[in-house]
Design a protein around this ligand. Structure first.
Ligand SMILES: Nc1ncnc2c1ncn2[C@@H]1O[C@H](COP(=O)(O)OP(=O)(O)OP(=O)(O)O)[C@@H](O)[C@H]1O
Ligand SMILES: [Mg+2]
Length: 360
């Protein structure tokens, strides 16, 4: 178990800078997920920790020791990839033992470690099988086993579940979290799947285009997204955004078409008149009676999903489109005008220029 620290880490490929200064401290035993859209630099960040990419600038330390110059093999890390490439001609046992054998570990110790890992991963009965005689999930577990037997200080995962079908992914996600709770090995997990990141990670590092947008626990990034990018990226269906204007010295926010929503004003400076972007999550609208502080949406389309109902509509004549999510089943017809309330603490405000969060 070791901590991993990245200090002002930059990476360029030729003239093209793709990581623009990452700073983060991953605590010993922590499970951190790096989350972001395709091409934002997740794999590059992970490969720099692994030593598979040379960093252009900055410092990476593992267990308090700067590893910039260390070869991957000397960093005491183990990495699981999306394509886990087991040796097809070797049994599960041999696949798991291979890395230790080339390190010339004594046979007894190899046997002990493989059996131990197989037990943890419930692979004991498959040790004599070849990979082609296993299911996708079992193969992925063998790949995990190969890493566990090394007893590394740090686990690095690059989208290890993305080749599995949806159901197996959910199952493996739970297994991974259990495994982490049992072994307690510091883990860095790269994914573009927000549910995977939110359920696995103690903390998330959210990357956009090589910039860190926010580092925080799953609830922190959901409840207090630091930027409009994070707000729109975390949560499904995605947060709705509106052009709005602060009024009453920051005590209310006005939507075009004259709906006015009261604000709790916590942490808001005197912002009277400022134009802002207002964000509201689909699940934070409540059906209400006509009255003060409500929004009215005109319904365009309804999706009844059983557990909840998604209502797509717009505010004002030809106004902003939005999606709301109501628990349970609702029969709502197209064209209905729905009065809605949103608790003031569920309103998110973002600066129009910087797109940074305004207020608490
Ligand atoms: N070896 C390389 N040479 C040049 N450019 C590279 C190289 N590897 C990655 N890049 C570029 O760096 C950027 C980040 O790539 P990276 O693979 O880290 O993204 P990612 O977040 O892992 O994406 P994905 O979710 O699609 O795997 C991309 O623009 C990519 O084209
Ligand atoms: Mg990648």
């Amino acid at each position: 178990m070791a901590n991993v620290t990245l200090k002002d880490v930059y990476k360029s490929f030729g003239k093209n800078e793709v990581i623009h200064g990452i700073n983060c401290e991953i605590k010993a035993g922590e499970f951190v997920a790096i989350l972001g859209p395709s091409g934002c630099g997740k794999s590059t960040a992970l490969r720099m920790i692994a030593g598979l990419e040379v960093i252009t600038k900055g410092e990476i330390s593992i267990d308090g020791k700067i590893v910039n110059e260390l070869e991957p093999a000397d960093r005491d890390i183990a990495m699981v990839f999306q394509n886990y490439a087991l040796y097809p001609h070797m049994t599960v046992f041999k696949n798991m033992a291979y890395g230790l054998k080339i390190r010339k570990m004594p046979k007894d110790e190899i046997k002990k470690r493989v059996h131990n890992a197989a037990e943890i991963l419930e692979l004991t009965e498959f040790l004599d099988r070849k990979p082609r005689q296993l299911s996708g999930g079992q193969r992925q577990r063998v790949a995990m086993g190969r890493c566990i037997v090394r007893e590394p200080k740090v686990f690095l995962f690059d989208e290890p579940l993305s080749n599995l079908d949806a159901k197996l992914r959910v199952q493996m996600r739970l297994e991974l979290r259990n495994l982490h709770e049992n072994l307690g090995i510091t883990s860095v997990y790269v994914t573009h799947d927000q549910v995977e990141a939110m359920t696995l990670g103690d903390r998330l590092i959210i990357l956009e285009d090589g910039h860190v947008q926010q580092i925080g626990s799953p609830l922190e990034v959901y409840e207090r997204p630091a930027t409009q990018f994070v707000a729109g990226f975390i949560g499904s269906p995605a947060m709705n955004f509106f052009d709005a204007q602060l009024s009453n010295n920051g005590l209310a926010v006005e939507l075009p078409g004259s709906d006015t929503l009261p604000l709790s004003n916590s942490g808001l400076p005197d912002f009277g008149g400022q134009k802002v972007n207002l964000g509201i999550r689909p699940e934070h609208f409540k059906l209400t009676d006509e009255g003060a502080g409500t929004m009215r949406i005109k319904v365009d389309h309804v999706e009844t999903l059983g557990a909840d109902t998604l209502v797509h509509g717009h505010v004002g004549e030809n106004g902003t489109f939005l999606t709301i999510r109501l628990p349970d089943i609702h029969h709502i017809t197209k064209g209905t005008i729905l009065p809605l309330a949103v608790p003031s603490e569920k309103l998110h405000l973002f600066d129009k220029e910087s797109e940074n969060r305004i207020g608490d």
